[in-house]
Design a protein around this ligand. Structure first.
Ligand SMILES: Nc1nc2c(ncn2[C@@H]2O[C@H](COP(=O)(O)OP(=O)(O)OP(=O)(O)O)[C@@H](O)[C@H]2O)c(=O)[nH]1
Length: 839
C-alpha cells in the first residue's frame, strides 16, 4: 500500500498527460489523506465490531479470528441477513491479494459492505483473519480474507494456505486483487498465493477423485477473477491478461501433479477472468463507473460476464453453510484430510438429522391432536386421513430443507424418518384395528340375532350374509388406516375376526339348535300328553302299548322335523347325531315326566279309589248301589278291592304287552356332560314307574281307603233298616192326648196356639214359608252342631263310641287290619269327617 500511495502521490504531483484531464482540480495530497473509506480503529476493535455488528443486516462478522477460531455466530447472522432459508439461491465470493492493496475498499464499493479500510495514519494491516458480510441488496456472502505476505505473520505461510483451502471450499468466485504495475512480477502478482491455491485445489481434487468424482464436473470449478487495480490504460487489458495467463500456466506447469493428473491444465479446475479498474484516487469518476459496471457482473444474470454461474456453486444449502464452513475450517486447522464429498456428506448427515428432528417434533405435536382421542373400543373418525396428513406434512417439511443436501444421505435419512414416523403411527393403527375388530364382531352378533328373529329364517343364509357384510366392513375400516409405504397389514386381525365370527356363529347355532329341539320337544309332549292321561286313567293290559306307540309316532315326526330344519343350520353329521340323541332322550324324559305326573302317589291313590268306586259303589249297569240287607257287601268289596290291587303291578313298570311296541334308548355314563340330559342316563331304570316299596305303600294306603268305603256301605245298610214303626204313631197320639186337651182348655195355651196359628197363616199367606223354614233350619242345625261338639269332647263318649265300633264294624276280610297287634287310635277321615278310620 505504501508503494501504491507513493505512486499515487507521485502521479498526482506529476500526472501523465492522459491523467491530466481526469485530475484537474484534485488536491491530491489532501485527497490521499481524506478520501479514504470510513476508518475505524483496526485490529483492537475487531471483537467489539463482531458483537456490535450482530444485530444489523449490514453487519460484518469475523468468521475466523486471529486465533484461527471459527465463529459460532454465523447462523444468527445468516438469519439476520435473511439468507438462512435461501436454499441454493445465494452466492459466495472471496477476495485474495496482498495486504493493503485496497481489497476491502473494492469489496465495499462492489457489494456495499462495510469492511474496515486501512487507517492511513497507522498504515498497518486492517483485515485480520477472515471477515464476512452480505452484499447490499443481493444474496451474496462476501469474504474479506486477510492479506498475504503481511508483516504481522512474517514468512509463515500457514494461514495463507488455510485461508486458500477454506475459500476454495466455500466460494464460487475468488477475486485476486493486484496492482497493474505488479503484473509480471512473481511476488506482486500474488503468484505465491496462487501457487498455494492451485496446490490445495489439486489435493482436494485428488481426494474427491478417490470418492469417484470426475475432474471438471460442476462444483469442482472456481472462477479466478483478476482485478487489476490502478490501471492507467497504457497497457491494454488483453496484454495484461496474456502476461498473467502465461505466468499462471507457467506456475501450473511447474507444480508437481499427482499421478494421473499430469496432463491436466489449469482450466480443468479454474475459469480465468480479468478486469481492470482505474486509479481510485486519480480517476475517481472512472473508478466509480467501472466499479458500477463490474458490480453488474455480480448482480445481473443476463450480463455476458455474469460471474455466479451455476457451475461454480458449491451446492451447500444456505441453512447448512454455517455448519459446513465450521467443519471445513476445523478440518483445515487440524490438518485433517479434507475432501469436499466427505465434508458434504457429513454436513448432509448433520443437517438431515436436524431437519428430521424438527419435522418429527412437529409431527408428534400434530398426532397428539387425534391420537389422544383413541380409546378402548372407540374408533377415531378419519384416523387414516389424519395420520397420512401428519406424515406427509413431516415428509414435505423434511424434503423441502433436506433434499438440497447430499442425495445419498438425504435418501437414507428420509427412509429413516419415514420408518420413525411409521413406527410412531403404528400403535394408533394397531389400536384402531383392535377396536374395529371388537365393534365389527359386536355388530356381527347383533345382526345375526336380529336376522334370527325373522319368520322362517334360514340360519346358514343369515350367517353367510352377515359374515360377508362384517368382513367387508372390517376391510373397509382397515384400508382406511393402512398407510402406504408402511408394510402394515391387517390380515392377521382379519383372520382373527373370521375365527371369532365362526365361533360366535357356532355358538348361536348350538343355541338355535337347542331352541329348535325344545320347540320340537314341546310339540311332542302335546302329542302324547292326552294319550298318557287317558291310558293311565283307564288301565288295561294294552295301556303301555298305546302310550309307547303314540310316543314313537310323535318322536318319528319330531326327528323328521329336526332333520328338515337342520339342513339350514349347516350342522355337521356329528352335531345332527348329537342333537337327535338329545331329542330322543329329552322326549323320553318328557314322557317319563308326564307318566310321573300321572302316577304321583296321591294321584295314583285317587285313581285307584275311583276304579274301586266304579266296581264297588256301582252295579254292572253303572247304577249307584243302595245297600240292602240282602246284598253281599263282603263279596262285592273283596272282588272290587282285588281287581284294583291287581292294577298296581301294571302301573309299576312300562311294559308293553306287544314286544313290537317296546322302545329303547342307549344308556350313557358321561360325566363331563354340560346339560343334565347329556349326563348319566340309565334307560332300564326309566322303565320303572313305581318301585316295590312304593307299590307296597300304595297298596297299603289303598286298602285303608277301601276299608273306609266298606264301613260306609255297612253303615248305610244299617240306617236303611232302622225305620220308625207305624204303631209308634198310635202310641204317640195316646200318650199326647191329655196334653192336647190341656192346651184346648187353658186360655193361655189356647191363646198362644191361636197366635202361633195366626202367625203361621200370615206367613203362609205372605209366601214367607220358605225363608222362615230356612231360618228355623239354620238355627236348628247350629244348635245341633254345637251340642255334638260338646258331646264328642267328653271322654266318656269317645270310649263308648270306640267300643261300639269295635263290636259292630270290624271287617272280616281285612286280615292286615284285624291282625294289627296294637290297638289303633281313632281319628276323623279327611274325605269323610263323619267316618272314622284306623291308623
Ligand atoms: N492507489 C490506490 N489506492 C487505493 C485504492 N483503493 C484503496 N486504496 C487505498 O489503499 C489503502 C488500503 O486500503 P484497504 O482497502 O484497507 O486495503 P486492504 O487490502 O483491504 O488492506 P488489508 O485489509 O490490511 O490487507 C487505503 O488507504 C486505500 O485508500 C486504489 O484503487 N488505488
Amino acid at each position: 500500500m505504501d508503494q501504491s500511495i507513493n505512486i499515487a502521490t507521485e502521479a498526482a504531483k506529476n500526472p501523465p498527460t492522459e491523467l491530466q484531464d481526469v485530475l484537474p482540480s484534485v488536491d491530491v495530497a489532501t485527497s490521499l489523506s481524506t478520501a479514504q473509506e470510513p476508518v475505524v480503529a483496526p485490529a483492537a476493535s475487531a471483537s467489539t465490531q463482531l458483537t456490535s455488528g450482530k444485530a444489523g443486516m449490514d453487519a460484518k462478522l469475523q468468521v475466523v479470528d486471529e486465533n484461527q477460531e471459527f465463529t459460532k455466530q454465523l447462523d444468527g447472522h445468516m438469519k439476520d441477513w435473511k439468507l438462512a432459508e435461501a436454499g441454493f439461491s445465494y452466492d459466495v465470493v472471496a477476495v485474495f491479494g496482498s495486504q493493503s492493496t485496497g481489497k476491502s475498499t473494492l469489496l465495499n464499493r462492489l457489494f456495499g459492505t462495510k469492511f474496515d479500510v486501512m487507517n492511513e495514519n497507522e498504515r498497518r494491516q486492517t483485515t485480520k483473519g477472515i471477515w464476512m458480510s452480505k452484499g447490499e441488496d443481493m444474496p451474496v456472502l462476501v469474504m474479506d480474507v486477510e492479506g498475504t505476505d503481511g508483516r504481522e505473520r512474517g514468512e509463515d505461510q500457514d494461514f495463507e494456505r488455510k485461508s486458500a483451502l477454506f475459500s476454495i471450499a466455500v466460494a464460487e468466485v475468488l477475486i485476486v486483487n493486484i496492482w497493474e504495475h505488479q503484473v509480471g512480477l512473481y511476488q506482486g502478482a500474488n503468484m505465491g498465493l496462487l501457487k498455494t491455491v492451485f496446490e490445495v485445489n489439486l489435493a482436494l481434487f485428488l481426494a474427491a477423485k478417490e470418492k469417484g468424482k470426475v475432474a471438471g464436473t460442476s462444483q469442482d470449478k472456481t472462477l479466478l477473477l483478476f482485478v487489476i487495480r490502478d490501471h492507467i490504460g497504457a497497457t491494454p487489458l488483453a496484454n495484461l491478461q496474456n502476461t498473467l495467463t502465461a505466468d499462471l500456466n507457467r506456475l501450473w506447469d511447474g507444480l508437481s501433479k499427482p499421478a494421473g493428473l499430469e496432463s491436466c491444465v489449469i482450466t480443468t479446475f479454474f475459469d480465468l477472468a480479468f478486469v481492470t479498474l482505474p486509479h481510485k484516487l486519480l480517476q475517481p469518476e472512472n473508478f466509480e463507473s467501472e466499479i458500477k459496471g463490474l458490480r453488474k457482473r455480480f448482480t445481473d444474470p443476463e450480463h455476458e460476464g455474469y460471474v455466479f454461474q451455476p457451475k461454480y456453486h458449491k451446492r451447500i444449502p444456505a441453512d447448512g453453510i454455517s455448519q459446513y464452513m465450521g467443519t471445513i475450517w476445523d478440518a483445515v486447522v487440524t490438518n485433517k484430510d479434507l475432501d469436499f464429498p466427505t465434508q458434504q456428506e457429513l454436513l448432509a448427515q448433520f443437517r438431515c438429522d436436524e431437519i428430521a428432528n424438527v419435522a418429527f417434533a412437529a409431527f408428534v405435536e400434530a398426532i397428539k391432536a387425534f391420537g389422544g382421542s383413541a380409546g378402548v373400543g372407540k374408533l377415531v373418525k378419519g384416523l387414516g386421513v389424519s395420520m397420512e396428513q401428519a406424515r406427509s406434512a413431516a415428509l414435505v417439511s423434511f424434503d423441502t430443507a433436506a433434499s438440497r443436501y447430499h442425495s445419498g444421505v438425504y435418501s437414507r435419512k428420509r427412509l429413516e424418518l419415514l420408518s420413525k414416523l411409521n413406527s410412531t403411527l403404528s400403535p394408533l393403527f394397531l389400536s384402531h384395528l383392535k377396536n374395529l375388530h371388537k365393534l365389527v364382531l359386536k355388530d356381527f352378533r347383533k345382526s345375526i340375532q336380529d336376522g334370527l328373529k325373522a319368520d322362517g329364517y334360514d340360519f346358514a343364509q343369515v350367517v353367510k350374509e352377515t359374515t360377508e357384510k362384517a368382513e367387508e366392513e372390517f376391510r373397509k375400516g382397515a384400508k382406511e388406516v393402512t398407510l402406504e409405504e408402511t408394510g402394515w397389514s391387517s390380515e392377521e386381525t382379519e383372520g382373527q375376526l373370521r375365527e371369532d365370527m365362526v365361533a360366535i356363529a357356532d355358538l348361536l347355532r348350538v343355541e338355535e339348535t337347542k331352541k329348535m329341539v325344545m320347540v320340537i320337544e314341546r310339540n311332542i309332549k302335546k302329542q302324547f300328553a292326552e294319550t298318557v292321561e287317558l291310558s293311565l286313567n283307564k288301565p288295561s293290559k294294552e295301556m303301555w302299548d298305546k302310550i309307547l306307540s303314540t310316543f314313537k309316532d310323535a318322536l318319528a315326526k319330531a326327528e323328521e322335523a329336526y332333520i328338515r330344519k337342520a339342513t339350514s343350520f349347516n350342522c355337521t353329521p356329528t352335531e345332527n347325531e348329537e342333537a337327535l340323541t338329545s331329542l330322543r332322550r329329552r322326549s323320553w324324559l318328557a314322557l317319563r315326566a308326564k307318566i310321573d305326573e300321572q302316577t304321583a302317589e296321591s294321584i295314583m291313590l285317587v285313581k285307584l279309589k275311583l276304579l274301586f268306586e266304579d266296581q264297588f259303589r256301582y252295579d254292572d249297569e253303572g247304577v249307584p248301589r243302595v245297600w240292602k240287607p240282602e246284598d253281599d257287601i263282603d263279596a262285592i268289596f273283596k272282588k272290587a278291592k282285588e281287581a284294583v290291587l291287581a292294577l298296581i303291578p301294571l302301573y309299576s313298570r312300562i311294559a308293553p304287552s306287544d314286544p313290537s311296541n317296546s322302545f329303547t334308548l342307549p344308556s350313557s355314563t358321561s360325566v363331563d356332560a354340560t346339560t343334565p340330559e347329556e349326563g348319566e342316563f340309565d334307560f332300564p331304570s326309566t322303565l320303572i314307574i313305581l318301585t316295590d316299596t312304593k307299590a307296597d305303600d300304595l297298596s297299603s294306603r289303598f286298602r285303608r281307603e277301601a276299608d273306609a268305603y266298606y264301613l260306609e256301605a255297612k253303615r248305610s245298610m244299617v240306617s236303611s233298616i232302622s225305620q220308625i214303626p207305624v204303631w209308634m204313631y198310635g202310641v204317640l197320639v195316646l200318650l199326647g192326648w191329655n196334653e192336647f186337651i190341656a192346651v184346648i182348655r187353658s186360655p193361655v195355651y189356647f191363646t198362644f196356639l191361636l197366635l202361633v196359628s195366626a202367625g203361621a197363616y200370615v206367613t203362609w199367606h205372605l209366601n214367607m214359608t220358605g225363608p222362615v223354614i230356612a231360618l228355623a233350619k239354620g238355627v236348628t242345625n247350629e244348635i245341633i252342631r254345637t251340642a255334638n261338639e260338646q258331646l264328642h269332647s267328653t271322654p266318656l263318649f269317645r270310649s263308648a263310641y270306640v267300643l261300639a265300633a269295635e263290636l259292630t264294624f270290624v271287617s272280616p276280610f281285612d286280615e292286615q287290619t284285624t291282625s294289627t297287634p296294637n290297638r289303633p287310635t281313632l281319628t276323623p277321615l279327611v274325605s269323610t269327617p263323619s267316618v272314622c278310620r284306623y291308623q
